[in-house]
Design a protein. Structure first.
Length: 116
């Protein structure tokens, strides 16, 4: 399946043959984040029934095989920051800004209308 043909949660799952159920759940949850919104690694972990697995969520998204269809840049740290290497964090921050999310001092302004 081509990236442009991925339109549903089931399409995401179908493209992830050989991945663990945890990884599939992370990618599907991230796929559902709409433009203009962000969520946190911890919220994804909780949403998929694995509270406390925020680091595992971050590690999973670090190797996102379905970028840009699965918008991993819309997942941030609890404080609105962007983890990882400086260049990669800058790229994710730029994408969030392009999505229409407000950023100040390098972090998402974490308001109720932005957080999913």
């Amino acid at each position: 399946m081509k990236m442009e043909d991925i339109r549903t949660e089931q399409d995401v799952r179908d493209c992830l043959e050989g991945y663990s159920e945890f990884e599939k759940a992370v990618y599907v949850a991230t796929f559902k984040i709409p433009k203009g919104k962000v969520t946190t690694y911890g919220r994804i972990a909780k949403a998929i029934g694995k509270p406390g697995a925020s680091r595992a969520v971050a590690n999973t998204l670090h190797t996102n095989p379905l970028f840009p269809v699965v918008p991993c840049w819309r997942v941030v740290k609890n404080d609105g920051g962007f983890g990882g290497p400086k260049d990669a964090a800058a790229g994710r921050r730029q994408r969030v800004v392009e999505d229409g999310v407000s950023v100040r001092n390098g972090k998402v302004i974490m308001t109720d209308d932005v957080i999913l």
